[in-house]
Write a protein of this length. Structure first.
Length: 136
């Protein structure tokens, strides 16, 4: 017959498991946010490339973004509103050079400032990362 576990050993086990679960969740959030940030930047780049069609400046029209919004929302559900796609596009235009410093620049965007310290409000009055915790 086995002896019941000592209460203090059991509490130690629970504490250790809780630490592992919390660390795993933090790592998952980090990886998901990194993937989303990269995805948004790449989406913005692709939209700008499509709009510019090889020219220096785009003949920008909101109709393209609205159509993309409708089609992406139909295919993937929420998260692809016109305002969100404007934010994705602006994200790429603000940071056209993807680099390891992007994460520090993103923190400034979240504060509503460009790296130069100037105000940078995003379309729709919201953040590109509304409802998400951006962790780097």
């Amino acid at each position: 017959m086995t002896k019941p576990a000592d209460q203090s050993d059991y509490l130690s086990l629970i504490s250790d498991l809780a630490l592992l679960i919390e660390a795993g969740r933090k790592a998952a959030v980090h990886y998901v946010n990194t993937a989303l940030t990269g995805t948004y930047w790449l989406m913005g780049r692709r939209i700008v490339e499509y709009e510019q069609k090889g020219k220096k400046r785009a003949a920008y029209g909101e109709a393209t973004l609205q159509r993309l919004s409708d089609d992406l929302t139909q295919r993937f559900g929420k998260g692809f509103s016109l305002a969100q796609l404007k934010n994705v596009r602006l994200f790429y235009l603000t940071y056209p050079e993807k680099s390891y410093t992007l994460s520090s620049q993103l923190k400034e965007v979240e504060k509503g400032q460009t790296p130069s310290g100037q105000s940078a409000p995003l379309h729709g009055g919201g953040s590109l990362f509304r409802g998400r915790t951006v962790v780097y």
